[in-house]
Design a binder for this molecule. Structure first.
Ligand code: NAP
Length: 245
């Protein structure tokens, strides 16, 4: 059986990834988010608010199944939040904690627990895919916490991969920027106050020009790439546009 644990599986890219994977036989998907929106005989839902660190710590053990029959095990840290789009100095301090909890602290704890739980499962492919953003690599005004949190996720991924390489575990860890997707997150971006976000019109234009990628298409490309053997020297931090089909 192929096991996939996907955070943020209730909508957007995470739901599309779960649905794409459930098309394949011998695949079990565990979805982790506040809402459950998928009904399938091979889908299991773990309700969890990834901004509630006490709940995360108390429920982490429920997220990872025992997988005695596993042919592969994959964690996809997909859940992410932008939070309020506002300049620093005009935000409540709690904003930074909220965005970092969902985008960095919870994924780090999930990575840590995945690596500990499945360290004995040598001989089968084990993969951690973190969904990052191009915003990790460039400053976007109004998105300070988001940019910094995704940069942190890229760095965590690179360190974790280096550690696994030094241990010779064979575990593959990647941080992937999926491009601009037609999801609720983009609706939130387009509705931002122009005074707090100089790129608002550009994002409105991308939607009007049909330049957003559907989550289903992004999921199809990601699943296809994930299930191929890793290319030699493949970088840890990648963009969807870089993936070989
Ligand atoms: N859309 C884009 O253009 C774009 C571009 C670059 C990167 N990304 C990244 O791609 C990933 C997916 O984005 P998306 O566009 O699909 O977002 P989305 O449509 O807003 O969906 C976000 C998902 O994350 C979950 N989530 C949010 N807050 C949560 C919380 N506190 N606890 C648990 N789950 C939570 C949501 O589930 P519940 O509400 O049910 O909890 C939902 O399933 C994110 O990491 C995002 O940063 C997106």
């Amino acid at each position: 059986m192929h096991y996939y644990i996907i955070t943020g599986a209730s909508r957007g890219l995470g739901k599309a990834l779960a649905e794409q994977l459930l098309l394949q036989p011998d695949t079990i998907v565990v979805g982790v988010s506040r809402h459950a929106t998928i009904q399938h005989e091979r889908y299991r839902h773990q309700p969890l608010d990834l901004s509630d660190m006490l709940a995360v710590q108390n429920n982490l053990f429920k997220v990872f199944p025992a997988c005695p029959d596993a042919a592969s095990i994959t964690l996809i840290n997909n859940a992410g939040v932008l939070g309020e789009v506002k300049y620093m100095g005009e935000l409540p301090n709690e904003h930074f904690e909220f965005v970092f909890d969902v985008n960095v602290i919870a994924p780090a704890m999930l990575m840590n627990t995945f690596l500990a739980t499945y360290q004995q499962h040598t001989g089968i492919p084990r993969t951690i895919l973190n969904i990052s953003s191009g915003a990790a690599q460039r400053p976007v005004d109004g998105w300070g916490a988001y940019c910094a949190s995704k940069a942190a996720l890229d760095a965590l991924s690179a360190v974790a991969q280096k550690e696994q390489d030094l241990r010779g575990s064979g575990i593959r860890i990647r941080s992937l920027a999926p491009g601009v997707l037609d999801t609720a997150m983009q609706e939130h971006i387009r509705s931002a106050d122009r005074e707090q976000f100089s790129e608002a019109e550009r994002f409105v234009g991308l939607k009007q020009d049909g330049a957003l990628v559907s989550p289903a298409e992004a999921a199809r490309q990601i699943v296809r790439w994930l299930q191929q053997p890793a290319q030699p020297q493949e970088p840890v931090v990648l963009r969807l546009a870089d993936l070989s089909e």
